[in-house]
Design a protein around this ligand. Structure first.
Ligand code: A2H
Length: 255
């Protein structure tokens, strides 16, 4: 990571239905009634949002629900909420207004609407490698183009009982959204298969796959779907970012 600030696109995944456990803990919080509640994910690849199949949280991270204005509540880490409060996302500049707290484990199975995704609604699933110290602590998942997302998604599908996940929450296939000359239209699954990566614990192999997939997608990829179909990824990236922002489905987030 460089010395300058990192610019992410904050993606607003609206809660459609809480998991049973989340309903039990948050259902009685008066300030959350009739509000639009969004899990906020930080991404460097806004053009891949067409391929979201789920959203990841870490079971051990404590998330907060923060009042942003009269209608909207953001769910993210305290650390990112504090950053956002200095970037125009809070009731009062620099002041955070926490309405409730929830462990990631409780959120698993929550149904959300992921902006631009080809799937109408997707679910919150667990990921071990989500860092509390980066982004919002919420990672939106694009298994077609992210080796981390692909391997974790496969892991959760295979061991759904162990991860306490209803198989229907993970019953979504990776979507071909970007075509590349070297690895076809499912770059992350293809590279992971070539490298025989089987588990989210294969950190070294995954880091190598991530590098290959990122370079191939970014420099040689062409969009197969969505508003910028036919355009190179390098152009689609900022166009999709602008689209997400102008439609209120995303915003710039720096840290
Ligand atoms: B990216 P950087 Cl398709 N912990 O978005 C772990 N990973 C996190 C995170 C956290 N707290 N917050 C964000 N991320 C992920 C899409 C994507 C991403 C694709 C391909 C590669 C990729 C869909 N997931 O990232 O350390 C988010 O996943 C490869 C680096 O700040 C975010 O972008 O460079 C990226 O890591 C930010 O990582």
């Amino acid at each position: 990571e460089g010395v300058g600030p990192q610019e992410y696109t904050g993606i607003k995944l609206q809660v459609i239905e809480w998991s049973k456990e989340a309903q039990n803990t948050l259902g009685s919080v008066k300030e959350l009634e009739n509000k639009n509640i969004y899990l906020i994910a930080a991404t460097l690849r806004p053009e891949t949002m067409y391929g979201q199949t789920n959203c990841f949280v870490a079971t051990g991270i404590t998330y907060g629900l923060y009042k942003i204005n009269e209608t909207d509540v953001f769910l993210c880490t305290y650390r990112s909420a504090r950053n956002m409060a200095f970037q125009g996302y809070s009731c009062e500049h620099g002041v955070i207004n926490q309405l409730a707290e929830v462990k990631g484990a409780v959120l698993i199975g929550t149904k959300v609407k992921a902006p631009l995704s080809i799937y109408e609604q997707v679910y919150v699933l667990p990921m071990e490698n989500v860092l509390a110290t980066k982004g919002t602590g919420v990672v939106t998942s694009v298994p077609s183009d992210s080796p981390d997302d692909y391997i974790t998604f496969q892991d959760v599908k295979k061991k759904s009982a162990y991860y306490k996940v209803d198989p229907s929450w993970a019953a979504f296939d990776p979507i071909p959204i970007i075509d590349t000359p070297s690895y076809g239209n499912l770059t992350a699954p293809n590279v992971c298969q070539q490298k025989k990566i089987n588990s989210q614990k294969d950190r070294v192999q995954l880091a190598e796959a991530k590098e290959i997939v990122y370079k191939e997608g970014f420099y040689n990829g062409v969009m197969l779907v969505g508003d910028f179909k036919g355009k190179p990824v390098q152009e689609a990236k900022s166009l999709t970012k602008d689209l997400l922002i102008s439609t209120g489905q995303g915003f710039l987030y720096n840290e």
